[in-house]
Design a protein around this ligand. Structure first.
Ligand code: FRU
Length: 499
């Protein structure tokens, strides 16, 4: 039985989507069908397709009462929209269906677990949102909310826990067939922690303990956890709110955190060994991962930033896009990322230059575009080290966005201040690159309104959105000093299905 609220949302998105021309959207990054998008939810493989749900307000390009939008794909790059999956239509989720995840049940159905938000009135008359974990079960298109919702509430919380900040379940199945989930929570004074739960059937859940605690180190409340094994280590991803900067590793505001360690499945104990940021750019948050049928751990994040996303141009009827799906791996003890290999199926029109020696400004025939995959290898042109290298794109006489590298400081910077913004928001971010090599590699992926830079084969990634008109597609290079550069550039076109 679908509710009126769900039917209204479905009707609205279908009508409005027709008015949005494809040309004004990213082409292989999933963007809001209409209205507002935030976190990826329910990233899963079900009935032969990848499913990606997301936090969604179809009615406006700003955050409000959350629904779950739904899209499917065979290659993680070409997405087909399906009708809204969840609407805030029950007492326990009337103020929002917040983030969560999906898993296949043994009987072939798909189970969604999400956070139900419902405001309660406090004794002083003020209202607060209570958060609980809820379930909906379906066939990949229609989902029915579980009659015994919520399945996790304040009865399943440890001492000193906030029931106002208890959200974003992420599920997995253990080898013995039982289920686990991690849920974000914080103490009464807002110190983030991740709770672990177990279940035999996916419906009835038991509190197991605290998996990880912030203890004042990384921001305050931790959101959107993910927990998985990778290359023999255990990885906990989470997105802390209210971070303070730490060197070049963590920046102010909402950030992304990766804790790498070991996990003892028997005792449920996670021992931390190292920590790092997940993305060093401006726009990346709340990532979620999937184990693909061929065994890759692939991550997608929301390519936005909570502190700047309230300030956007409302001319476009959609707001928010996902990052490129990225394959994760551990190298030298660090979490690294590479674009999924499916992207290569979109490669067209290869342009290659080898050992281009230059100083000052350089333009190269055939190097331009707003949907490209370009790898640059930059090294000193003689025995002296150059001072600065930059690649400028989405460029004409007025506009440009850039990636620069200063070898003496080992700093890669993304800069979008000349991308047409009239607001005093963050336009630059820097990343400290640790490497013993003289050459630096920058793989740059553009898709209309975004840049994602993979430094040195995925040691560091910087993501940022920018909204320069897509006809502005110039690219140029700059060197202060003598640089020797290799370039391999492909256009990215929609030819995957033609294979
Ligand atoms: C993270 C987040 C989640 C929450 C959702 C609400 O971006 O705040 O913690 O479930 O967004 O839309």
């Amino acid at each position: 039985m679908t509710s009126q609220i769900l039917r209204d949302a479905r009707k609205y998105e279908e009508e409005m989507e027709r008015r949005i021309a494809k040309a004004v959207r990213p082409s292989f990054h999933l963007s809001a069908r209409v209205g507002w998008m935030n976190d990826p939810n329910g990233f899963s493989f079900y009935k032969g397709k990848y499913h990606l749900f997301y936090q969604y307000n179809p009615y406006d390009t700003h955050w409000s009462t959350m629904h779950w939008a739904h899209a499917v794909s065979e290659d993680l790059l070409h997405w087909e929209n399906l009708p809204v999956a969840l609407a805030p239509d029950m007492d326990y989720d009337k103020d929002g269906c917040f983030s969560g995840n999906a898993i296949s049940l043994l009987d072939g159905r798909q189970l969604l677990m999400y956070t139900g938000v419902a405001k309660e009135t406090l004794p002083d008359g003020s209202k607060r949102e209570v958060q609980t974990q809820c379930i909906a079960v379906g066939d990949g298109m229609e989902y029915e909310k579980y009659i015994q919702n919520p399945v996790l509430d304040e009865r399943h919380l440890p001492e000193n826990a906030s029931r106002y900040d208890f959200r974003d379940p992420k599920l997995w199945r253990e080898t013995d067939g039982s289920y686990r989930c991690v849920v974000a929570n914080c103490t009464q004074n807002k110190d983030g922690r991740i709770l672990l739960y177990s279940s035999q059937d996916g419906f009835s859940w038991k509190y197991e303990g605290i998996l990880a605690e912030n203890r004042g180190r990384f921001g305050m409340m931790w959101e959107c956890p993910d927990f998985f094994e990778l290359d023999g280590r255990q990885v906990l991803l989470t997105s802390p709110q209210d971070m303070m900067p730490q060197g070049f590793e963590y920046h102010n505001g909402n950030g992304t955190l990766c804790l790498i360690g070991m996990y003892d499945k028997q005792t449920g104990a996670f021992t931390e060994q190292s920590n790092q940021a997940v993305d060093y750019g401006i726009d990346f948050y709340a990532p979620q991962t999937i184990l693909t049928p061929d065994g890759r751990r692939v991550m997608i994040g929301w390519m936005q930033n909570w502190d700047t996303c309230t300030i956007h141009c409302d001319e476009r009827p959609w707001f928010g896009q996902m990052s490129l799906p990225r394959e994760l791996f551990i190298r030298n003890g660090r979490l690294c990322q590479r674009p999924i290999h499916e992207l290569e199926q979109m490669h067209d029109q290869k342009v290659e230059y080898k050992n281009v020696m230059f100083t000052d400004v350089l333009k190269l025939e055939g190097i331009q575009g707003r949907k490209i995959d370009m790898e640059l290898t930059i090294q000193p042109g003689d025995h002296t080290m150059y001072h600065k290298f930059a690649v400028r794109f989405a460029q004409n006489d007025t506009y440009q966005t850039s990636i620069s590298y200063r070898p003496h400081e080992s700093i890669v910077k993304v800069d979008r201040k000349h991308s047409g913004s009239r607001r005093a928001i963050i336009h630059q971010r820097r990343c400290l690159v640790k490497s013993t090599e003289k050459a630096i590699k920058l793989r740059i992926i553009l898709d209309q309104f975004s840049v994602e830079v993979f430094v040195n084969d995925g040691d560091y990634v910087l993501s940022a959105t920018f909204y320069t008109d897509p006809i502005v597609d110039g690219i140029s290079f700059f060197a202060d000093g003598l640089v020797c550069m290799n370039v391999v550039k492909y256009d990215l076109i929609d030819n995957y299905k033609k294979e």
